[in-house]
Design a binder for this molecule. Structure first.
Ligand SMILES: Nc1ncnc2c1ncn2[C@@H]1O[C@H](COP(=O)(O)OP(=O)(O)O)[C@@H](O)[C@H]1O
Ligand SMILES: [Mg+2]
Length: 324
């Protein structure tokens, strides 16, 4: 239906987090760089927060795609924060290929510690990634603190990435968890897109969807309306834009008009969004911005290497980094 009408080859505003759709804003780039360098440089404990729909899971998928290219990295990826401590450890053991059946909590912890240490001795990297980490209970966060103790004189042996909504920051700020908080090596935060980024985001997705008119399908006033109603939250931008294309198709319109966006926002009861106020950046956050440049080089390197090996399709699957 609307896809053929607008010359699209695939749905540009799918809401599943697909790395091939990454539009790398400065913040997304910096956050991905922080996660990647946290792991590669054995920083130990890295936290990424952001409002719902800002692209955290997407970034994790991009990261895992990058990590999968390295034989020396093994990771456990927990995407459900609502587990009991036993389920949590069982899940990690299972994901790392360790036997978990019938073991109690301390046995699982010991086994995991043995595994991490023996990999560390062989200079191999082990990563624990937790998405939706704002749901983790204080008990599990305490287990995680124990795992951060696994270290040699100069580096951490288990790399831990906690990713979640801003409530995670609040949890980590609590008095009971101050010891864990002190161990955070890198912290970054994803924010909503500004109006220019929203324009770039929509255009990029249309381009990747195969649109021959990616730059003009959503004129500037329409983009402004999308930004106003979505507050720059990528997930909401997707929902609005997908419905806008359907509405525009129903009118057989050549481009999406601003009033269509207002109607959709009303139907979805979106109102006008005012994103939560941003906290002042910590020196840490500013510090690892530098890493973003290196990440661009890394992509270039990976893509170059793939091409040399004649595996261009692998390179094509890497997220595209747009220089802003
Ligand atoms: N920088 C981005 N580039 C492309 N798509 C994005 C970006 N950020 C978010 N999205 C899209 O927005 C939607 C919500 O992202 P998701 O990662 O699920 O958010 P979160 O995990 O923060 O709730 C997904 O469709 C995702 O692909
Ligand atoms: Mg998510």
């Amino acid at each position: 239906m609307y896809k053929a009408f607008y010359g699209l080859k695939r749905n540009p505003f799918e809401i599943t987090p697909d790395p091939s759709f990454l539009f790398a804003t400065r913040r997304h780039n910096e956050a991905l760089a922080a996660l990647y360098y946290g792991v590669r440089r054995h920083k130990g404990f890295v936290v990424l927060t952001g409002e719902v729909g800002t692209g955290k899971t997407l970034l994790l998928r991009c990261l895992l795609q990058l990590l999968k290219q390295s034989d020396d990295v093994k990771y456990a990826y927990v995407f459900n924060g609502r587990l009991s401590p036993l389920e949590f450890l069982q899940y990690i053991a299972g994901d790392l290929g360790l036997p978990a059946a019938g073991k109690n909590k301390s046995e699982l912890l010991l086994q995991l510690a043995g595994y991490v240490v023996s990999r560390g001795e062989k200079k191999l990297t082990t990563v624990l990634v937790v998405d939706e980490a704002h749901h983790l209970s204080t008990d599990i966060l305490e287990e995680i603190r124990l795992l951060t103790n696994l270290e040699t004189a100069d580096e951490k042996l288990l790399q831990i990435l906690l990713v979640g909504q801003p409530e995670l920051d609040e949890k980590l700020d609590s008095v009971e968890l101050r010891q864990l908080k002190q161990r955070i090596a890198l912290r970054s935060h994803l924010a909503a897109l500004d109006v220019n980024e929203t324009k770039g985001y929509i255009e990029r997705r249309l381009q990747l969807g195969g649109s021959p008119r990616a730059a003009s399908l959503f004129p500037p006033e329409t983009v402004a309306a999308v930004h106003r109603h979505s507050g720059g939250i990528p997930r909401l931008i997707n929902t609005i834009c997908e419905n806008a294309l359907i509405a525009a198709y129903a009118r057989q319109a050549a481009c999406v008009a601003p009033d269509m966006i207002d109607t959709i926002a009303k139907d979805f009861r979106l109102g006008v969004h005012t994103p939560r106020e941003e906290k002042k950046k910590t020196p840490d956050e500013l510090d690892f911005r530098k890493a973003a440049k290196t990440l661009l080089e890394l992509y270039a390197h990976l893509q170059g290497e793939q091409a040399r090996e004649g595996e261009e399709e692998l390179a094509a699957r890497l997220p595209v980094v747009t220089k802003q």
